[in-house]
Design a protein around this ligand. Sequence first.
Ligand code: C5P
Length: 234
Amino acid sequence: MAGEAPRVVVALDVDSRERAEALASRLDPALCRLKVGKELFTRTGPELVERLHARGYSVFLDLKFHDIPNTVAGACRAAADLGVWMVNVHALGGERMLIAAREALDTAGGARPLLTAVTMLTSHGPEDLARLGLRDSPDALVARLAALALGAGLDGLVCSAREAADLRAAHGPDPVLVTPGIRPAEADADDQRRVVTPGEALAQGSDYLVIGRPVTAAPDPRHALERINASIAD
Ligand code: C5P
């Protein structure tokens, strides 16, 4: 996949800077991007992101901001100042929060991170929505929140690969679709309930594949990543 922008975003779901950097040193920015989530960022802070940038990686800062518009706008500006490739928010934060996040990045100097929204957490089922007082079915809620986020001018969505084809049909080719829950055909599903192979996810319209344990827990992470990239190239 040399020469082509990497489609795989490896989830660095580890609990220390040392472990994160050990993985980064075994992987290659020509082969993948990296996702830094809440646990790792809370433990290591912006310094780790700067170190990953120094190694040449594009970083998806997966902190799923969800707060009042002014606070989320400030957090997005801080992410832009860090120089990350992508940052995300919760669509449930509402339209004014989504617009404030997008406007904060529009007016931030330097390279603007891509701004994506999480619609419904995949850990939520219909009964969880009912207990929250949300009457939509999960599918209808995803469609509603996706339209809200894209209408607010966000660049794309974090969604299940199983939702990607419907979202492409509804919103066309422009939104960036980022999909977790990916497993190579031969890999263990771990705790993911409904998994999709890398090739299937791309066929459904996904742009970027978030993949954690199939790479990070492999005896040879780089080899595992190369096999995934080869399966995509096929
Ligand atoms: O190890 P695995 O490939 O299952 O990791 C998937 C990554 O994507 C984790 O960081 C997880 O938190 C994230 N994620 C997910 N499902 C979502 C949203 C994010 O698995 N709906």
